[in-house]
Design a protein around this ligand. Structure first.
Ligand code: R2B
Ligand code: URA
Length: 311
């Protein structure tokens, strides 16, 4: 690997960047969808020690994750039920234990993009440094056994292109979706150490919709055949796509802009070559959804013990 292409691995002090000159002129900044603000909250005191941020679609799953990581890090507080830090809003949920922050992002690019704008400002206002961010989520797999975890090599759009396009002031802006390759390799190594479930590194296709956008045959509308669907998914597979989800493009683009090391770790809930419906039992799906949490937990524990040095 060319070290110049993976500058995020540099071990020097690395802040969370925001690139917005207008912020300097603001005397206070209210993060509306978190219901947190620089005037109303002491953000450095609340969040200054954050080193790992895990984000995922569902608020329940992110609460589940904070309970899991608290137990893994021996930081469980018998008196605390891990209150949602974003009280007074039901847009996103946020939980914290020690250096780990767990935040929900809802479904789709617009939802996660809004959350990430406010998250990066929060980390910036809190003077956080050397932050790693993981999206721990779910996806549909292509030719993989359900339960397999895919660590994203590159996030691609529905035409298999590694770019995130957004209209800003009426003009198309194209952003790079590179993720840290070294972090992806470290996560793969963690999975080998755990030896609990299959993990692969591959491309992840990010779509704007769960049904027609992912070539499903079971939406309210569909104008293509089963063969058209199979041809499309096979083309995606030939382009290196291992799984399909709905947030990784903007996640990768925004993490790159803010200079934080980032990875996308999604479990596959079904094999899309075999079907479209998520009809496995609740227990089976719950079990699959634990896989990214377990992998993130192992990675975080390993990083913290490496930092603490030998006992
Ligand atoms: C995976 O699962 C959700 C859709 O069910 C979406 O947020 C995603 O990326
Ligand atoms: N999430 C998706 O976006 N697609 C799937 O098929 C499963 C989960």
């Amino acid at each position: 690997m060319d070290p110049k292409r993976d500058l995020q691995t540099a071990s020097c002090w690395s802040p969370v960047f925001v690139h917005n000159p207008h912020l300097d002129a603001m005397t206070d900044d209210f993060l509306y969808h978190f219901n947190l603000g620089t005037k109303t909250h002491n953000l450095p005191a609340m969040f200054g020690d954050v080193k790992f941020v895990c984000v995922g679609g569902s608020p329940w799953r992110m609460k589940d994750f904070i309970e899991y990581i608290a137990a893994e890090l021996d930081m469980k507080d018998p008196k605390s039920d891990y209150p949602n830090i974003c009280v007074g809003t039901d847009r996103y949920a946020m939980y914290k234990v020690g250096p780990v922050l767990s935040v929900s992002h809802g479904i789709g690019i617009p939802s996660i993009a809004i959350m990430l704008h406010e998250l990066f400002k929060l980390l910036h206002h809190a003077n956080c440094s050397d932050v790693t961010i993981l999206r721990i989520g779910t996806s549909g797999g292509i030719g993989l056994a359900p339960g397999t975890v895919v660590v994203t090599k590159q996030s691609v759009d529905a035409s298999f292109q590694p770019k995130f396009e957004q209209v800003i002031l009426g003009k198309m802006v194209v952003r790079n979706t590179d993720l840290s390759q070294s972090l992806a390799e470290e996560l793969l190594q963690c999975s080998k150490e755990l030896n609990q479930f299959e993990t692969v590194i591959g491309n992840t296709m990010c779509t704007l919709d769960f049904y027609e956008g992912q070539g499903r045959l079971d939406g309210a509308f569909c104008s293509y055949t089963e063969k058209d669907k199979q041809d499309y998914l096979n083309k995606a597979s030939e382009a290196g796509v291992c799984n399909i989800e709905m947030e990784s493009l903007v996640f990768a683009a925004m993490c790159k802009l803010s200079g934080v090391r980032a990875a996308v770790v999604c479990v596959t809930l079904l094999d899309r070559l075999k079907g479209d419906q998520l009809s496995s039992s609740h227990d089976v799906l719950q079990c699959y959804q634990k896989h990214p949490q377990v992998l993130a937990g192992h990675y975080i524990k390993k990083q913290l013990s490496a930092k603490a040095g030998p006992p």
